[in-house]
Ligand binder design. Structure first.
Ligand code: SD4
Length: 306
């Protein structure tokens, strides 16, 4: 209830995303407007190689974007493998509001976006194209199974690439929740690969009765475990957001005891009372928290491995 408004999101870039969302809330905007505004920040950031324009392409050099948006009443919309549109989160919202559907993919999603008046853009920046050409030299066109592989991350141009999916969850002062999730997916993926981010229940889930959850990391593992839905259901059964995130991460590790040592998945959760949870397989998962007390908190999640 009143006064407990909060915005949380994944990774360092979440700080700026939170502030954009907070601005909307503080002007009396809706929680959906807030999460959309937040997601648009990293989507527009060309220096960010994992969300929106400037994201790394698939193995064919094509940038394809995934995004979803959901509110606590169960309204949701998503796009997957969308090309040429710089703000997939806004297209996802139009899918939710302007169609009887939940998820549009590929050419159909593009066609819908153009009909809705979105501009066609070239999403492959020179910098991202250069990184892709570097990758091609040694990769033999073999998709990277695990972009979260820590050795692989260190080999990326710039030494590390601490930028992944943006997942953002917001609670307004009246107790309404919404979430947004947006990504260019795994760099050098197979053309047509879809991750967890646009899959409702995997990359994002929101329920006003309980809370909200979102995820980052290797999408295949999150989809396999219906990750964000799992976190919310665990909260429904009485777990605090922190315990719910920890249990969901443990499920993933349990399925791949060896593989998990080399992959990253992180969950972020927000209860309807404004309590926050975060947990990851590997260290280094940062998340941002914004509320009336402090707008720019950046915290580090605890993890299975340190
Ligand atoms: C995905 N979770 O597509 C997303 C984002 C990602 O490294 O690329 N994470 O699997």
């Amino acid at each position: 209830g009143g006064g407990s408004a909060k915005v949380i999101s994944t990774w360092d870039f979440g700080v700026a995303a939170n502030q954009a969302a907070w601005t909307v809330l503080s002007r009396g905007g809706s929680v959906l407007d807030a999460v959309e505004a937040g997601a648009r920040v990293p989507e527009a950031d060309l220096a960010n190689h994992s969300v929106g324009k400037g994201g790394y392409p698939d193995r064919d050099g094509i940038v394809t974007l995934d995004a979803s948006i959901m509110d606590g009443d169960g309204r949701c919309g998503a796009v997957a493998a969308l090309e040429h549109i710089a703000h997939p989160i806004s297209v996802a919202r139009r899918v939710m509001e302007q169609t009887p559907h939940v998820l549009l993919v590929g050419d159909g999603a593009l066609q819908f976006a153009l009909e809705q008046g979105f501009d066609k853009d070239n999403l492959l920046t020179p910098e991202a194209e250069k990184a892709w050409r570097e990758w091609l030299k040694t990769a033999k066109y073999a998709p990277v199974i695990n972009r979260e592989n820590l050795d692989y991350r260190k080999s990326l141009p710039g030494g590390k690439d601490n930028h992944d999916t943006l997942g953002l969850l917001a609670l307004d002062a009246s107790g309404k929740l919404a979430g947004a999730c947006t990504t260019s997916g795994m760099a050098w993926k197979l053309h047509g690969r879809v991750g967890d981010s646009p899959i409702v229940g995997a990359g994002l889930y929101v329920d006003n009765d309980v809370g909200a959850a979102t995820s980052t990391g290797v999408g295949e593992e999150v989809i396999r475990n219906a990750g964000s839905f799992l976190v919310v259901e665990l909260m429904r059964q009485g777990r605090a957001p922190q315990q719910a995130c920890e249990e969901a991460v443990r499920r993933i590790v349990k399925k791949h005891p060896d593989g998990a040592k080399k992959l990253q998945v992180g969950f972020l959760a927000l209860s309807r009372h404004g309590e926050v949870g975060a947990y990851a397989i590997q260290k280094g998962f940062s998340y941002a928290v914004c509320d009336a007390q402090k707008r720019d908190r950046l915290l580090e999640s605890r993890s299975v491995y340190s």
